[in-house]
Design a protein around this ligand. Structure first.
Ligand code: SF4
Ligand code: SF4
Ligand code: SF4
Length: 173
């Protein structure tokens, strides 16, 4: 659904096949790890358009040259997502934004002062003490301490915790 990042989905399935690779042939043994590194860079917001091109080329070479079915099909999640969700890859690279707001490196949590009732639930749920505020007063998140676990987002009953693009939050702080 719209909360699922297709780049991360591709990474998840590729990780599985990389772990299963027997290591007999180079395209599968080395190629899948090379692809994983590229996907890691993209979900971390460090990818380039060249990385997307390299990823696609690698995927095609591996699917044609790997020795057995595992390696030949390993790149399929990457090829399929690049085909149908290329715009998601490009958003990660060009805008440093994850459209599904799923990739941790590219999101940030913020409390909407207009909605916060100061119930303290988020502060009690936060594992890093990143949230401060007095009872019945507006709470705030210290972005430096936040590890983006999402607990505050889940426990707030007033929809006061927003999940936003990190670039947006950084630009406004
Ligand atoms: S493609 Fe098959 S033979 Fe080659 S490393 Fe992968 S699992 Fe082994
Ligand atoms: S849980 Fe929500 S309403 Fe309660 S203090 Fe935190 S942000 Fe405010
Ligand atoms: S996302 Fe997690 S670490 Fe960040 S403020 Fe919310 S509860 Fe704390």
């Amino acid at each position: 659904d719209e909360d699922t990042c297709m780049v991360d989905v591709a990474r998840f399935f590729l990780q599985f096949t990389a772990d299963e690779s027997c290591g007999k042939c180079t395209p599968c043994r080395e190629g899948t790890y090379e692809m994983l590194e590229l996907l890691d860079r993209i979900v971390d917001g460090n990818g380039t358009m060249e990385d997307i091109e390299t990823l696609e080329k690698l995927a095609r070479v591996i699917s044609k040259t790997a020795l057995c079915g595992l390696g030949q099909t390993a790149p399929n999640p990457v090829l399929s997502t690049l085909r149908y969700f290329r715009d998601e890859y490009e958003a990660h690279v060009k805008e440093k934004r994850c459209p599904a707001k799923s990739c941790k490196a590219l999101i940030a949590y913020r409390i909407d002062p207009a909605k916060c009732t100061g119930c303290t639930a988020c502060a009690r749920a936060c594992p890093t003490g990143a949230i401060s505020g007095e009872v019945r007063k507006v709470h705030t998140i210290d972005q430096e301490k936040c590890i983006k676990c999402g607990s505050c987002f889940e426990v707030c009953r007033f929809d006061a915790v927003e999940k936003l693009d990190a670039v947006e939050v950084t630009a406004n702080t």
